[in-house]
Design a protein around this ligand. Structure first.
Ligand SMILES: [Fe+2]
Length: 187
């Protein structure tokens, strides 16, 4: 696989619990292998935007945004966030894209799995298979507005907004329809 997943996503080291950290690594490794990616940083965040940003860029950015916000929020309002949980679900929130997008002769494109299984579900499944607790699976699956279920924990609210912030900044700059636009002008 070339570079290890911890080298590609050093934010994994933020997870203090060793068992949790290893499970997060296992999920990423399995997703990349199942998706048929030899070089994980070639997985795009969104094929409509081209090769950049990569899924790894987006994952790292969302994790850092979420953890920085947690730091600021707790400084002002007191301890109320499970940082290990937040880091783990941020790192895993889009791991299913390793299977929802596939490498192809004309570049990465949406896979059959991506067309038939709603975004996030397979990440939840891989996390469940790796032995992550149900709340983590819940937060991975509910991070996306495509799933009609709200996250039941503060960590899920933070993850969802961190994700939207990074994603919409890329969509806006790439002249692709933003998630904000879809919500403000529902069709
Ligand atoms: Fe995302």
């Amino acid at each position: 696989m070339g570079k290890g997943i911890v080298d590609l996503i050093p934010e994994i080291k933020n997870i203090k619990d060793e068992d949790l950290r290893q499970k997060v690594i296992n999920v990423w490794e399995e997703a990349v292998t199942l998706g048929g990616w030899d070089v994980p940083d070639q997985i795009p965040f969104n094929p409509d935007l081209g090769p950049s940003p990569s899924l790894i860029n987006h994952t790292r950015s969302v994790t850092r945004i979420a953890l920085s916000f947690a730091e600021e929020y707790e400084r002002d309002y007191g301890k109320c966030i499970d940082r290990d949980m937040l880091a783990a679900v941020a790192i895993l929130h889009d791991v299913s894209k390793a299977l929802e997008i596939e490498p192809g002769p004309e570049g990465p494109a949406k896979s059959e799995l991506g067309k038939k299984v709603p975004h996030g579900i397979f990440g939840g499944y891989l996390a469940w298979k790796a032995g992550l607790p149900l709340d983590y699976i819940h937060l991975i699956i509910t991070h996306t507005p495509r799933i009609a279920m709200l996250p039941s924990r503060l960590e899920g609210i933070i993850l969802s907004y961190a994700d939207l912030l990074d994603a919409d900044s890329h969509f806006f700059r790439g002249k692709v329809r933003t998630i904000m636009e879809r919500h403000k002008f529902e069709e």
